[in-house]
Write a protein that binds this ligand. Structure first.
Ligand code: DX5
Ligand code: ZN
Length: 216
């Protein structure tokens, strides 16, 4: 499987949003990762539908929406209207996860379940065949630029095993603290897609940084 990178717009300069998106359009980025925070599920608020509409207007790459909100099932139709490639909901925010996943797929999107750093991979045993992707958080969600949690390496390997054991087609994404040190180790353990915010947008040449993350 090829190495994929999904830059997180959270670390972009929002005063130049169109230019930042066009930079990504002309880069080796595979997807654009969009972090939606509600100030309840996570201790921060990011952006909502008006900004997403603006992103959609200029983005030429598939959109990977990461919902860090309570009751994400309430907004599935609104997110579907943006025609994203992937919609990620948190395991910790979904008491009826199976139903929520089916609703996302029913609206024509790919469905992903996201795990906080403390949530064990083993809890996915009975949902792993229903999802298109599992997103492992390698920082506590809420902010860009945090330090990578080392325990994630073990979780990627465990998840890879769980996926194989159950005959699931789910791919693996990792989000938080991705850089030139952590990325190769994550790909090596079986990650398919890496989200990178600060490391990409705060670098001198973001397009080169994206290309470098995908190198062997
Ligand atoms: C954190 C978000 C991440 C964040 C990653 O809650 O889910 O997508 O933007 O940022 P970096 O790559 O800076 O850790
Ligand atoms: Zn994210």
């Amino acid at each position: 499987m090829k190495k994929m990178v999904a830059p997180s717009l959270l670390s972009a300069d929002f005063s130049r949003l169109q230019a930042e998106i066009e930079m990504l359009n002309n880069s080796d980025a595979d997807w654009i990762h969009l972090d939606i925070m509600d100030g309840v599920f996570v201790p921060n608020i990011s952006f909502g539908f008006p900004v997403l509409e603006a992103v959609k207007k200029y983005a030429k790459k598939p959109l990977d929406i990461h919902l860090m909100i309570v009751e994400p099932q309430k907004f599935i139709k609104e997110f579907a209207a943006l025609n994203p490639y992937m919609l990620n909901v948190h395991y910790e925010a979904c008491p009826h996860l199976h139903r929520t996943i089916q609703q996302i797929k029913g609206e024509g999107m790919k469905a992903a379940v996201t795990l906080n750093p403390h949530t064990p991979v083993s809890l996915l045993e009975d949902i792993v065949c229903d999802v298109d992707m599992v997103l492992l958080m390698s920082v506590n969600p809420g902010f860009g630029g945090q330090k990578f949690i080392e325990n994630t390496y073990k979780k990627v390997a465990q998840l890879k095993e769980l996926i194989a054991k159950n005959g699931s087609n789910a791919i693996i994404e990792v989000d938080g603290g991705v850089n030139n040190i952590t990325a190769p180790k994550l790909y090596e353990r079986g990650a398919d897609v890496l989200v990178a915010g600060n490391y990409v947008f705060k670098s001198e040449n973001p397009q080169q940084t994206i290309a470098n993350l995908k190198k062997d």
